[in-house]
Write a protein that binds this ligand. Structure first.
Ligand code: ZN
Length: 183
């Protein structure tokens, strides 16, 4: 549960801590804005995963490329963002494409690390769709690296999580990786 009052107090203290005056005009509303923003994020974390079960004959790979996402690294609370590519091989059940987008958003809008985000999306889809396999690849730029100059700006980190056929069957995995590279 989001405790807006706690967030307000914390942001006010944080601003004081970095030598700002939390009562100056531009900052006065900031603690409340941030509290309301997190409440909004929380609201986007749960959704109804509607499944379609009339696709028993379809057992080719379903692939959605380039789902934009924005998340926050839990070490610095700075954004990391980029694209998620999701593929699965259905076992009689598919979901609407928008639900894949909602899934990505649900796991992005919280303090995260890219590796866990990737795994959580794969685990969730495995649990909900019970597919023959699922593959998730996340490509992201981390502002905590880019802003501090620890890595060249624009540096992309790639993570992947493979389940079922994507793990066991080399051909499936290769097809997936080929498709997301667009060659
Ligand atoms: Zn970080």
């Amino acid at each position: 549960m989001i405790d807006k009052e706690k967030i307000r107090q914390a942001i006010r203290l944080f601003l004081e801590g970095i030598g700002e005056d939390p009562d100056r005009e531009g900052l006065r509303e900031t603690p409340d804005r941030i509290a309301r923003m997190w409440e909004e994020f929380e609201g986007m974390r749960s959704f109804d995963m509607k499944l379609f079960e009339e696709f028993g004959d379809y057992n080719e790979m379903v692939l959605v490329k380039d789902i934009r996402f924005y998340s926050l690294c839990e070490h610095h609370l700075l954004p990391f963002f980029g694209q998620v590519h999701i593929a699965y091989i259905p076992d009689g059940v598919i979901c609407g494409l928008s639900k894949l987008v909602r899934t990505v958003r649900a796991f992005s809008l919280r303090p995260q690390v890219q590796e866990r985000l990737t795994e959580e999306i794969a685990d969730f889809l495995e649990k909900e769709l019970k597919p023959k396999g699922v593959g998730v690849v996340v490509e992201a730029e981390h502002l905590c690296m880019s802003m501090r100059g620890a890595m060249s700006p624009g540096h992309i980190t790639t993570t992947s999580a493979l389940r079922g056929a994507f793990l066991k069957d080399m051909k499936t995995r290769e097809e997936f990786l080929k498709l997301i590279k667009g060659v």
